[in-house]
Design a protein around this ligand. Structure first.
Ligand code: GLY
Length: 304
């Protein structure tokens, strides 16, 4: 069997990251990329690399995933995540789930231990518990900084979520990872706390197959970030894979898909991509997107 050269990429969200938060975001992405890369270099699976890297990002309060996630309009942390493997197209996801530190691992258990693709709310929480995952208090996910930011938003009568991505310092740091392993298998995953001040029960693009994430060994793995309601309109993750299946490079496919997001949905966001030959692409139309990628030749960490 041909041995592939692995490649790995993570993102920490596409939004207007303030100057004084850029280094924290880059550091978190760098650590997560190293976590995933160390698994791939030892011959580990793309799926294991993606899960481990996203767990690292979920632990880092700089990002809107796991600890440090945004609060919904009721002041609660509700989390969404998805993981997908390109060999089989199998996928698992959770949405609007509370009291779990690592939603990406529950998503993987949905994929591997159920016949379903997506569990939501209390059902997802009960499933996690039944699988042996300890639930946590909301206070373990909630940081003082997010509480203060939530109070500021609650005080604004005319807050619009799209402003959070393009032109304000309202944070939004969905995280994601894409890997190709030595066997040429792709995997991708995405995890988020959703959008600032979202309604209770709101589910965005991140845990929806084809929107916030897609992986197909015949084309590419993709993780998306940005304004979920616009990303869902153009099924962004699958759009990238379809451009690659048409013969475009990973980079051109990423740019074309973000072009469709902007033109057809007036959307704001970003994507990271690895195609089936291990080539990396990324694009975003927000001021910044924290990301890091590692191949045999290069280690790159950037926000713009
Ligand atoms: N892209 C994350 C969300 O809108 O929930």
């Amino acid at each position: 069997m041909t041995s592939f050269t692995p490649a790995f990429i993570v993102h920490g969200g596409a939004w207007d990251i303030p100057d004084n938060e850029v280094e924290g975001h880059l550091a978190g992405c760098r650590v997560a990329a190293q976590v995933g890369w160390s698994i791939l270099k030892k011959g580990g699976s793309a799926l294991d690399a993606v899960e481990a890297a996203i767990r690292s990002l979920e632990d880092d309060p700089a990002f809107d995933a796991g600890k440090g996630a945004w609060l919904n309009s009721a002041g609660e942390v509700e989390l969404d995540a998805i993981i997908m493997e390109g060999a089989t197209l199998n996928n698992g996801a959770v949405a609007a789930m509370q009291h779990v530190r690592h939603p990406i691992s529950v998503a993987r258990l949905v994929m591997e231990r159920t016949t379903h693709s997506l569990l939501v709310g209390l059902g997802a929480e009960h499933f996690a518990q039944a699988q042996g995952i300890s639930l946590c208090d909301e206070s373990e996910l909630l940081t003082g900084q997010e509480l203060e930011r939530w109070k500021v938003i609650k005080a604004q009568k005319d807050f619009k979520v799209e402003i959070a991505f393009g032109g304000s310092s309202t944070p939004h740091g969905t995280v994601g990872a894409v890997a190709i392993d030595v066997n040429g298998h792709l995997a991708a995953g995405t995890s988020t706390g959703g959008t600032p001040n979202k309604l209770q029960g709101r589910v965005g693009d991140s845990p929806l197959i084809g929107c916030g994430c897609y992986a197909d060994d015949l084309s590419a793995g993709v993780s998306a970030t940005g304004w979920g309601e616009s990303i869902m309109k153009v099924v962004l993750g699958k759009a990238v894979c379809d451009f690659i299946a048409q013969g475009h490079t990973a980079q051109v496919a990423a740019e074309k898909a973000i072009g469709v997001l902007a033109d057809r949905a007036q959307g704001l966001g970003g994507v990271i991509v690895i195609d089936r030959s291990g080539k990396i692409g990324l694009a975003f139309n927000t001021p910044r997107m924290a990301h890091a990628w590692i191949t045999d030749e290069q280690v790159i960490t950037r926000a713009d």
